[in-house]
Design a protein around this ligand. Structure first.
Ligand code: B12
Ligand code: SF4
Length: 432
């Protein structure tokens, strides 16, 4: 079949990101023998003209629209991307009779809401590497697409959801077709293709839905397959850099070590970073191993320096472990960034001060990414707090964009905090 994949994401903060999800499903459709092209809204100045052009040329039978973010997730700068997706859908509907299928990380948690909002009939939640080719196959032979795992569909006016299936054999999944996207243009922005070494997360942090969405059991790529994929990506995209977009790179630790060893043994000379290393287990030996394997600028997910808030968040590490991790990264000669979340349940000016004090005691991070207020989504533990504190009255508010901010932080205090953080030269406060 002729398939067009549209990547809808245009957000540039905190950093631009490569459309890896769209690239993975494009790769899966290509491997299944379909003719596939991609349209990336990120670089488009004239979306209607360019999209209509590619639709006229390809005459797609299926248009897969990938939704990465529902909104900016920033209380201090809320941006709603639903209108942008609607614009894409309207253009596609006007220019073609192709089947439209929705998917992507921004769709996974809000499938029914999206179908209603866009007045569409079909989408697939969850990992698309297996389900998307299955959908194409079923469509081609006139079968029943409502049986595809993860389907969300409309029937007689009602919206139904089919249970998702997690991919167990990640080694058997096709490579991403990164080369369908403008790698050079992304490179100029300092953005590179991203791979994942595993799926799943057992941690169940109170503000995060991922353990529910991806499952609490790790599903691992073998280090050999991962190194093959790295090698393939470097050749196919002409890049020496990429990122590992795992939920947590350094868990399970034996797997992360084995991945690093395999990269070293292959002599791939790849530079990579990762947006989430947990402070637990960041021994000097492990940091040195990461460095030798090509790691540069990992993000240490600290989130808070207050023991009480860390407990509330279910983060399961101590101030000492944070200090040890940051010090060992410094000793190993790896510059790093840090991420922090302010305003979660129980946060007070005193717990914020604990975090700021701890930050002063750590070796200097290249960047400290900090967020004030937490974006609310289905499956988060903090929804209970949000309802109790009167910050979420109806579930429907989450799709519109709803946030939690600890009631112990007054508006004046937040203004003061913003001013204080803005003075720090290596801090990036999201939304200011
Ligand atoms: C790594 C990561 C980051 C990194 C990205 C680094 C980089 N270089 O790419 C950083 C830290 C920068 C980041 C930032 C943000 N992130 Co982020 N991030 C992630 C994370 C952990 C992994 C994303 C990833 O690459 N996954 C691997 C790819 C291959 O998976 P995927 O894109 O989901 O695609 C799969 C499926 O969705 C599906 N699929 C995708 N497209 C399509 C299309 C069709 C038609 C079909 C059928 C299927 C399908 O198949 C794909 C293959 O399995 C996810 C959590 C998660 N586990 O998903 C959050 C996540 C994507 N981020 C999220 C958010 C909100 C953000 C921010 C807005 C946060 C903020 N307030 O700034 C920013 C946005 C940045 C931007 N410019 O867009 C949300 C998005 C959902 C939502 N609620 O809107 C997620 C899901 C976390 C969450 N809350 O649940 N992020
Ligand atoms: S914040 Fe990270 S570690 Fe915690 S549950 Fe979400 S993905 Fe897992």
């Amino acid at each position: 079949m002729r398939v067009l994949i549209v990547s809808s994401n245009r957000l540039r903060i905190p950093v631009p990101v490569f459309p890896s999800g769209p690239a993975y499903i494009a790769g899966a459709a290509l491997e299944a023998g379909h003719e596939v092209e991609a349209f990336d809204c990120f670089f488009s100045d004239n979306m209607e003209g360019e999209l209509v052009n590619i639709i006229r040329k390809l005459q797609p039978e299926v248009v897969g629209i990938s939704i990465r973010n529902v909104h900016s997730g920033q209380l201090l700068n809320h941006q709603d991307f639903r209108g942008e997706v609607k614009e894409i859908v309207d253009i596609v509907k006007k220019a073609s009779r192709a089947h439209i299928v929705l998917g992507g990380s921004g769709f996974n948690n809000f499938g029914c809401e999206w179908l209603e909002y866009l007045e569409l009939d079909y989408g697939i939640r969850g990992e698309g590497e297996v389900s998307f080719p299955l959908y194409l196959e079923e469509l081609e032979k006139g079968g029943d697409i409502r049986t595809i795992p993860g389907s969300v569909y409309r029937e007689n006016g009602d919206i139904h959801e089919v249970t998702k299936q997690f991919i167990e054999d990640l080694d058997g999944t096709p490579y991403a077709a990164f080369e369908l996207f403008d790698i050079d243009a992304y490179r100029q922005l300092g953005t590179f293709p991203s791979l994942i070494t595993k799926k799943g997360c057992p941690f169940r942090c109170s503000y995060c839905p991922i353990s529910a969405l991806e499952g609490t059991r790790y599903r691992l790529k073998s280090p050999e397959r991962l190194a093959d994929e790295v090698e393939h990506t470097m050749k196919a995209c002409g890049v020496g850099m990429l990122s590992f977009n795992d939920n947590v790179f350094n868990f399970p630790k034996e797997h992360a070590e084995a991945v690093c060893r395999e990269l070293i043994q292959r002599g791939l000379d790849v530079k990579w970073w990762t947006d989430a290393v947990n402070p637990v287990g960041m021994s000097l030996d492990f940091c040195l191993l990461m460095k030798e394997a090509g790691c540069m600028l990992p993000n240490l997910s600290v989130e808070s320096g207050s023991p009480r808030i860390l407990r509330n968040m279910n983060r399961r590490y101590s101030q000492e472990q944070i200090v040890e991790a940051a010090s060992n990264l410094e000793k190993a000669g790896i510059p790093f960034s840090i991420s922090l979340l302010f305003g979660s349940p129980g946060e007070t000016p005193e717990t914020v001060a604990e975090t700021l004090d701890l930050m002063d005691r750590l070796p200097r991070a290249q960047v400290v990414f900090s967020t004030i207020g937490l974006n609310l989504e289905h499956y988060q533990g903090i929804l209970e707090d949000a309802c109790r504190d009167g910050q979420l009255v109806d579930d429907k508010e989450m799709f519109e964009g709803a946030y939690y901010l600890s009631p112990y932080l007054s508006e004046d205090y937040i203004d003061e905090l913003k001013d204080r953080l803005a003075e720090k030269d290596n801090w990036f406060v999201l939304g200011i």
